[in-house]
Design a protein around this ligand. Structure first.
Ligand SMILES: Nc1ncnc2c1ncn2[C@@H]1O[C@H](COP(=O)(O)OP(=O)(O)OP(=O)(O)O)[C@@H](O)[C@H]1O
Ligand SMILES: [Mg+2]
Length: 407
């Protein structure tokens, strides 16, 4: 039975025996396997053949002191294999005594704990790293915050730069659009003047005749007629120059006045194209620049006029309604000029989007109108296009005069 116990222990553990001086007298196969030495290389050698240089002299002394005192020594020991690799073994060294109680030899029973030790070491390492990480965390957070702050500052500057660029672009587009409408306006003036000029030359001709006949009364009445015609022509010019005056200060104005202004500027065209304009105005005042809203309406009417030219509708109608809705003034502008194609409807407010020939459209009209509604009037403009009609809806916030004045 003792033999069987011995075998059981030998098969499951790493076993070696040394004499009292530490000279190896026995090793089992497991010992050879882990150390990489053969039995022949080990027997007769000092046991410190597997001693690792890292093992301190103090630890070694303690081992010898313990076992020499006939006590069992237990420890996890770092060893070195023949190929230089390290292995860890949980070691129990037992002194074997003879019948007189003297040490006869030492038996060492070990088992391999290399993996466990390595795991423990890497765990300790990670723990240490974590501790260091923790310690530097605050510093790194501060550093990152600083970096972020700097980024933020340059970001602000970059955003500012972009805004400035954008504003500049908008200013250019604004002037392009103004120039385009200036061209249109000149055409309008020319158109509006054609009739009075003809009238004037007729009157002058009559005046000449009256002068020949020395008909003073007739001459006087013709003179007044001419003066009136010239007065009217001058008013037309005033209307247009007023419209082009760059006004910056915002003030309260009646939406109806602003719309009527646009209708009077385009009166001749509206009549010429036989468009019937129906208006339904509630008395609403908003804060902004009247001329700018006039310009929006001019753009809308011009667009409707252009659309009517393309459509075959017989009764051309534009309906303009002004009403209050909650805290907003709403302008609804509707025409029956055939509507906008579904694929275009999302693009019409984009700058330079036009379906017209280059000579008749720059594609800036609605873009500028949107700018004016949003920036000049603090409101919005949107469009809905049905089968035959188009409805533009402008919403402008109503502000309480007293509130504003108080500010
Ligand atoms: N009432 C409308 N009915 C049908 N299509 C319209 C109407 N209003 C605008 N559109 C379409 O929207 C496009 C863009 O209009 P926008 O006023 O911005 O530019 P434009 O009239 O082409 O040129 P611009 O006004 O600069 O001379 C037009 O080309 C047209 O296709
Ligand atoms: Mg237009």
């Amino acid at each position: 039975m003792l033999e069987q116990y011995k075998e059981a222990i030998e098969k499951s553990n790493i076993i070696s025996k040394t004499d009292v001086n530490g000279i190896i007298t026995f090793v089992n196969d497991e010992f050879c396997k882990i150390s990489g030495y053969s039995k022949e290389e080990l027997i007769g050698k000092n046991h410190n053949i597997v001693r690792h240089p890292d093992v301190s002299a103090a630890q070694f002394r303690k081992l010898w002191q313990t076992i020499k005192a006939k006590k069992t020594y237990k420890a996890t020991v770092k060893n070195r294999a023949k190929n230089g690799s390290t292995f860890y073994v949980n070691t129990t060294v037992i002194p074997i005594l003879d019948t007189n109680g003297n040490i006869e030899e030492f038996v060492a029973i070990r088992y391999d704990v290399t993996k466990e030790v390595f795991y423990k070491q890497s765990l300790e390492l990670k723990e240490k790293e974590l501790q260091e990480l923790n310690a530097t965390l605050e510093k790194r957070v501060l550093l990152k915050t600083k970096e972020l702050k700097e980024l933020n500052e340059t970001l602000e500057k970059r955003v500012q730069d972009e805004i400035e660029k954008n504003e500049q672009k908008q200013r250019i587009m604004f002037w392009q659009s103004r120039l385009a409408s200036l061209g249109e306006m000149l055409a309008n003036i020319a158109h509006q003047w054609r009739q009075p000029l003809t009238e004037l030359s007729l009157t002058l001709f009559s005046l000449k005749k009256a002068a020949l006949h020395e008909n003073v009364d007739e001459m006087q009445s013709l003179y007044h007629e001419s003066k009136n015609i010239i007065q009217n022509m001058s008013t037309t010019i005033d209307d247009f120059t007023n419209f082009f005056k760059p006004t910056k200060e915002k003030y309260y104005f009646k939406i109806a006045d602003s719309i009527n202004e646009s209708l009077s500027i385009l009166e001749k065209i509206i009549i010429k194209e036989m468009i019937s304009v129906n208006t339904e105005f509630e008395d609403v005042e908003v804060l902004g620049i009247s001329n700018e809203l006039t310009q929006v309406l001019i753009n809308l009417i011009q667009n409707s006029k252009d659309a009517f030219l393309q459509s075959s509708v017989l009764i051309k109608e534009i309906n303009i309604r002004v009403k209050k809705e909650d805290t907003f003034a709403v302008i609804e502008f509707e025409d029956n000029a055939g509507g906008i194609k579904e694929k275009d409807v999302y693009k019409i407010f984009e700058p330079y989007f036009t379906t017209k020939h280059a000579s008749s459209g720059t594609g800036l009209g609605l873009f500028m109108s949107k700018m004016i509604c949003e920036q000049g009037l603090n409101g919005s403009i949107n469009v809905k296009s049905k089968k035959n009609s188009t409805i533009f809806r402008i919403k402008i916030p109503l502000q309480n005069r007293n509130e504003i004045d108080a500010k």
